[in-house]
Design a protein. Sequence first.
Length: 342
Amino acid sequence: MLPKLAITMGDPAGIGPEICVRSLSHKATYEQCRPIIVGDAKIIQLAVDFLKLDTPLIVNSVKSVDDALFKHGTIDVFDLDLVDIATFEFGKVQKQCGNAAFQYVRTAIELAMNKEVDGTCTAPLNKEAIHLAGHNYDGHTEIYATFTGTKKYAMLLAEDKLRVIHVSTHVSLREACDRCKKNRIIEVYELIDDACRQFGIEKPHIAVAGLNPHCSENGLFGWEEEKEIIPAVEELRARGFNADGPIPPDSVFAKAKCGWYDGVVAMYHDQGHIPLKVLGFNWDEESGKMLPQRGVNITLGLPIIRVSVDHGTAFDVAGKGVAAEDALLASIEYATRMASHS
């Protein structure tokens, strides 16, 4: 049987509803998984109406995964019915939308924890909106960690051949240096190695980035490589992992993009995010538009599968029917592969 995926609608006022509809309009989506949207059926119906796609689509509102049809041409929605359509507006930060987006995520987590679905994908939410609704989380990752009771987790970003996991994320650069410790490096390495195996890579070849310029040049520019990173890599190799490093941060990502490595352990947020953003965001001069992005964000270390688009709610274009579904399709592909190999 194909894996069941719960796809959260994201902030109702953002582009989440329309990229969900576009993704489920493709027959190929149903050939790899059984998708069900967790959201508001009436908002999905709005998206179906203004998109006017060539594929006829019927919105099927359900209160149980067991009632879903999982049939191309029908969009199953686990309907929480949280949005007041009379006061709703696309492209606006709204308290009700922040609460709705939070509840969609919490429900998807419950469905996965209860084994009613095999994995989850998330459309973008708006941090300001969820905070306005009284849910004080930095984002999806922290919500998932809280409601799954997970203490040790890490963020993996992926675009084409480049896959990057982070030793630290949302902390100051000064604190990020302090968090560059041997045990944490080993911990996130094990997470990305396991994830690559779930992607179908039999023996992942993973690079570990240095922290300092030129990996400190034998102590000239810092001591973290000698005291923390090199011992971590040596221990990983001794345990049989195919680990390289530390590799200078100004070259490791180019090598990974070219396929030399199946993944990279980055030491801090911007070190890993910048190459992914440069790779993923491209401008088409002929059309005067950004090309579709296919980057995904995967939370590793959870007891359930969570893959997300690596873009925001795009309030400026929400409701206009111009948002591309490429990143959500990529998220569905990754979640399907992980569910199939877990």
